[in-house]
Design a protein. Structure first.
Length: 269
């Protein structure tokens, strides 16, 4: 965060950092024997503005050329996800929750999902994060994302040969370019920038999220995300943001704002 930013922005980030720092561990730690799912559930108020830090909405890039994003650049709601491919809870979110959000909200233009690589589990985390970015340069990020988060994928590790196999599974067309890009300075810089942004928000474990300036830590139940997205969409409409397209005119996740091909509703599984 630049030191030239207004003090209000710094204050908002500091508050969010405290929230994520306190909630992050308990929301993502392994459940105790007999417990189901996350041990901490984010509270979502009926007040759309509750728990929202307007300054944090600026973290959304809304770049139509962003290859690590799904949905319209002008969608009223942006969900930013800070995640690690070696994170089991991130995989659970990718397989169980994200596809529902894509079908329910991305496809009708309400939601945009922006990925941030946040590798925190060592060298393999860093390597697969760079590889995901490299796959994105050939338009296959979400296919790589799906392959890397498939059931049992992380147990196989993310060594060099395994990453190459994932790229092949994801349909990355140019393997030589992929290998070069994965080790290049641009990939390292992109991953580092995402990681620094996550740390600036106080994220200490994965996954962590921002939804229109509302921090959410952990792979929360689907209802937490749907309620938060609905509240954010309501607030955006009240503020005069463009409404989502009518059902007869959907903004499919399979097509980005710049016309580039994107995966369909099952892309994040």
């Amino acid at each position: 965060m630049s030191r030239s930013k207004p003090i209000a922005v710094v204050s908002g980030v500091a508050v969010a950092a405290v929230l994520l720092g306190v909630v992050s561990y308990t929301a993502t730690k392994p459940a105790s024997p007999g417990a189901a799912g996350s041990s901490s559930v984010a509270e979502v108020s009926a007040d759309p503005s509750a728990g929202v830090y307007a300054e944090l909405e600026a973290y959304a890039r809304r770049d139509a050329s962003d290859k690590l994003a799904l949905g319209r650049a002008d969608a009223p709601v942006v969900l930013i996800e800070y995640a690690d491919f070696k994170c089991g809870y991130c995989g659970k979110f990718a397989r169980d929750t994200e596809p529902v959000l894509i079908e329910k909200y991305v496809d009708n233009g309400t939601l945009r999902i922006e990925w941030r690589n946040f590798p925190i589990f060592g060298e393999e985390s860093e390597a697969v994060a760079r590889a995901s970015w490299a796959a994105g340069q050939q338009g296959r990020f979400w296919e790589f994302h799906r392959a890397a988060y498939a059931e049992g994928a992380k147990e196989k590790g993310f060594g060099k040969d395994r990453i190459a196999a994932l790229a092949k599974e994801a349909g990355v067309p140019d393997a030589a370019r992929f290998a070069k890009d994965s080790e290049g300075a641009a990939a390292r810089a992109a991953v580092s920038a995402d990681q620094e942004q996550g740390y600036s928000l106080g994220a200490t474990s994965t996954p962590s999220f921002l939804i229109n300036g509302r921090p959410i830590a952990g792979a929360q139940p689907l209802e937490t995300f749907t309620e938060t997205i609905e509240a954010a969409a309501k607030a955006a409409r009240s503020a005069g943001a463009p409404k989502a397209p009518k059902p007869s005119e959907p903004a499919k996740a399979s097509e980005s704002a710049d016309g580039a091909a994107k995966p369909g509703p099952d892309a994040a599984r």
